[in-house]
Design a protein around this ligand. Structure first.
Ligand code: MG
Ligand code: ZN
Length: 356
């Protein structure tokens, strides 16, 4: 090959290389939505009952997540949440720790250290296993007061949910609300007050203990998610927001398909808010998955596009089957096929270019 051909070849290779590098789109923001106990039957029953449509159908990529924990074929929400948040398989009931009880940094904590804005919005107590996995490090999910205290150890910008008593009416003498105020948090107790806040740090302690179910909770989850997006998107460096539809799981434990469907549709409304934001923003990756399936739910018969379905449950507990993943926005193509539940963290780390 002569010199001229060689330089043309080099130039061509450079063009191909740079195109492959620059075509890998990176998001600025990530919204991670967890439907607790949300398997395919929970999704499909909601879709049928909602005239054969869900907002999550707008997602362009999908896959499956393997949910087993370090010590059990069938995970709980502690080990399931810890896998999604911290990227480690741990023992059931543990929060933000590996099986040797050593704390592992969550993706939310890492995003916060990298100066991204961060938030948690849930339809249960803020100390419950799933949100706890993103913010706390405790050997047992039942340690509600210790988990509440762990919110003070972070720089999380927005958290909205229930569980006020674990912050204010504690067995030790601490009043965490006072301590949060000293850290410049705005503390609110009503959804209307959440909606009025447009910037700064916010702790929304909306219920004494667990949030009520649907329809009593009304638009709490989608509205609080919208408020969190409004506040977090003020940060020019980007944000990480975790949102949980917490009570799909409770419908599964109760073997109550009506409850599952109501909670599924509330979560889907919330997914719609996230997808609307991402569509308009253009730099936001939305990921939707579950920590596990609950109830071993199946649908054997039905009438398409209606709530007339024969729905069966095979357990009052969780099942061990994989759960679906849906993704939308820049980087969504990374969340396809069969994934381990521990691989979300590293993928988000890489996409958001976070330093450990
Ligand atoms: Mg949960
Ligand atoms: Zn459960």
């Amino acid at each position: 090959m002569n010199l001229k051909n060689h330089s043309i070849l080099t130039w061509l290779l450079l063009v191909i290389f740079s195109q492959s590098v620059f075509s890998q789109k990176s998001p600025k923001n990530v919204i991670f939505l967890i439907g607790d106990g949300m398997g395919l039957a929970q999704i499909y029953s909601g879709m049928m009952a909602n005239r054969n449509h869900l907002e999550l159908e707008r997602c362009t990529y999908s896959g499956f997540s393997k949910t087993y924990s370090a010590d059990n074929f069938t995970t709980d929400s502690g080990a399931g949440g810890t896998a999604l948040a911290c990227g480690v398989k741990t023992k059931n009931h543990m929060i933000g720790m590996n099986p040797d009880s050593i704390a592992v940094q969550s993706i939310l904590e890492e995003a916060s250290k990298n100066k991204l804005a961060t938030g948690i919005v849930v339809s249960c107590a803020l100390t419950h296993a799933t949100p706890a996995s993103y913010i706390a490090h405790q050997v047992n999910r039942e340690m509600n007061e210790e988990i509440a205290s762990d919110y003070l150890k972070t720089d999380i910008d927005v958290f909205i949910g229930g569980g006020r008593k674990y912050f204010e009416d504690r067995t030790d003498s601490r009043n965490l609300t006072k301590e949060l105020k000293a850290k410049n948090y705005q503390i609110v107790y009503k959804l209307d007050d959440v909606k009025a806040i447009k910037s700064g740090k916010l702790a929304g302690l909306l219920y004494e203990d667990q949030n009520p179910g649907m329809p009593e909770r009304a638009s709490m989850l989608p509205d609080a998610t919208q408020s969190a997006l409004n506040i977090l998107s003020n940060n020019k460096k980007g944000f990480f927001l975790m949102v949980e539809g917490s009570q799909i799981d409770w419908g599964g434990h109760n073997n109550n398909s009506t409850q599952v469907i109501k909670e599924m549709l509330d979560f889907d409304q919330t997914i719609g808010k996230a997808l609307d934001f991402a569509k308009q923003d253009g730099n936001t990756l939305v990921i939707i998955t579950a920590d596990h399936e609950t109830g071993g739910m199946s649908i054997t018969e039905g009438k398409v596009g209606t709530d007339q379905m024969k729905i069966l449950f095979s357990t009052k507990n969780h099942s061990g089957i994989p759960v679906p993943i849906f993704a939308y926005g820049p980087g969504a193509e990374n969340f396809t096929g069969f994934m381990e539940n521990i691989s979300f963290k590293a993928k988000i780390e890489r996409l958001l270019k976070l330093k450990k």
